[in-house]
Ligand binder design. Structure first.
Ligand code: NAP
Length: 312
């Protein structure tokens, strides 16, 4: 194994925002708030400095508590952390954006966030019900607002100074292009599902060309079938380099130029996911050329309905 320690500390400077995003990120999509707090504390202890949150996860306060505890002991400084949170689909109307953002900041107990994302490009009926449905169980969308109108409201948050960058999540290349061409402030970050079974090379090329960070979620395949971590190409590389399959998938993500998010409630997995090391170039090629399984695990990109979050 080549020298690896630098890889886990890599930070990617934002071209359309302030600061730099640690490539190694911890996702907080964890249903139980006590478990969320414990997992976030463990992640901070093992070295994660990048945390991904969302109002939709309904646990920003628990993540905030864990971060505050670390900040109070002085083991971590606010400027070392990179915290993202996301605007939910029911808050796309411009007049709802600032109140939603302020509420997230309050729950996170922070004076600013490093990045604020539009969680999905789909607007749902505005209101307190996060998952509005008609009597047939179909999502009620909101035809009264466009993505660019919501984007302009996010731009105003950057102007106000408590949001250091803005971006999009669960977008196709076409939707991203719309905002890149029309926005006054370009997206700093695009968060999408990506792993060796969904490499999104075309999207990554576009992001590179336009100075946008591609932030990969489900980076170890969300524990779903077909299992990225059982793929024979991944497992054979892991054996050869004396790392785990998860560490191989995550090192690949960073070395090809993305940042990643992974989530675990197991302290061992949390530590393992931080302790990545550089893969030899031949292994990078093997993953790119030798893996033929291609699958999208989360259909959120098609409907705005989050595949990995249980309905209320
Ligand atoms: N923008 C969006 O719409 C969107 C959608 C989904 C997710 N996200 C974000 O991305 C984050 C990560 O997503 P994800 O949950 O799909 O990540 P993931 O890390 O690919 O999947 C998590 C699953 O993998 C398992 N796992 C984690 N590390 C492992 C390891 N080292 N070995 C074996 N199994 C391991 C976990 O189980 P254990 O707990 O047992 O370790 C858990 O079941 C979320 O928390 C959220 O912040 C965003």
């Amino acid at each position: 194994m080549a020298t690896g320690d630098a890889l886990r500390h890599k930070r990617i400077p934002l071209m359309h925002g302030t600061g730099a995003m640690p490539a190694v990120g911890f996702g907080t999509l964890i249903p139980d708030p006590i478990v969320t707090m414990q997992a976030t504390k463990t992640a901070l202890e093992v070295g994660f400095r990048h945390f991904d949150c969302a109002e939709r996860y309904r646990n920003e306060a628990a993540v905030g508590d864990a971060m505050q505890a670390a900040l109070k002991t002085g083991t971590v400084r606010r400027e070392d952390l990179f915290v993202t949170t996301k605007l939910w689909n029911t808050n796309h109307r411009p007049e709802r954006v600032k109140p939603a953002f302020d509420a997230s900041l309050r729950r996170l107990q922070l004076g600013y966030v490093d990045c604020y994302l539009i969680h999905t490009p789909f607007a749902f009926r505005p209101g307190d019900e996060q998952d509005p449905r008609d009597q047939h169980g179909r999502v009620i969308y909101d035809p009264g607002v466009t993505l660019i109108e919501t984007w302009c409201a996010l731009e105003r948050l950057v102007d106000d100074g408590r949001c250091r960058s803005i971006g999009l999540s669960d977008v196709t290349l076409e939707k991203l292009q719309e905002i890149v061409w029309a926005g006054r402030i370009k997206p700093a970050v695009v968060q999408v599902e990506s792993h060796p079974y969904l490499p999104e090379w075309e999207l990554l090329d576009f992001c590179r060309e336009h100075g946008i960070v591609l932030l990969a979620f489900a980076a170890v395949g969300h524990g779903m079938s077909p299992r990225v971590l059982d793929d024979p190409v991944i497992t054979s590389i892991a054996q050869r380099v004396h790392k785990t399959p998860s560490q191989v998938a995550l090192a690949w993500a960073v070395q090809r130029g993305t940042a990643f998010l992974t989530t675990s409630t197991s302290p061992n997995h949390i530590q393992e996911n931080f302790e990545i090391s550089t893969l030899p170039e031949v292994a990078m090629q093997e993953i790119r050329e030798g893996i033929t399984t291609k699958v999208r695990l989360n259909t959120v990109v098609e409907t705005g309905v989050p595949g990995f979050i249980p309905r209320a």
